[in-house]
Design a protein. Structure first.
Length: 128
């Protein structure tokens, strides 16, 4: 497994299982920002991964595919640069599932997405 301090986002770090995604939205806690909502679920570690993330934008909120793709790129980039902070917030026996959901009709820039993400990092309750 690679070092959590590397600024990369690998395929195995993306949350893809429908069952796990639904569990995060149903059982997880949420934090609201100006543009994004963070859903998170802390579980007992069962596999090899410590943190998995899912990025969500509804077509109803952002109609153009190009705009949805841009917002997803911004969310992925902000997560990629700051994910090491999540590793410091949870212990070795836990895994963390994150779902970043875009909830606004306005198109944000990088700084606005980063501001929401930093807000989430500061508001996240230490589950240990």
């Amino acid at each position: 497994m690679e070092s959590p301090n590397r600024h990369t986002l690998k395929k195995h770090e993306i949350l893809r299982s429908d069952k796990e995604i639904q569990e995060v939205f149903r059982k997880g806690k949420k934090i609201h920002g100006k543009y994004l909502t963070l859903y998170y679920l802390v579980k007992k570690k069962s596999g090899n991964e410590k943190i998995k993330v899912f990025f969500h934008i509804r077509k109803k909120d952002v109609g153009k595919a190009a705009d949805r793709n841009r917002i997803k790129r911004l969310m992925r980039e902000v997560h990629r640069l700051n994910k090491h902070v999540w590793y410091e917030k949870i212990n070795d026996e836990q895994c963390l599932f994150l779902a970043l959901s875009f909830k606004n009709h306005l198109l944000p820039n990088f700084e606005e997405v980063k501001s929401d993400y930093t807000f989430f990092l500061n508001r996240f309750n230490d589950p240990s």
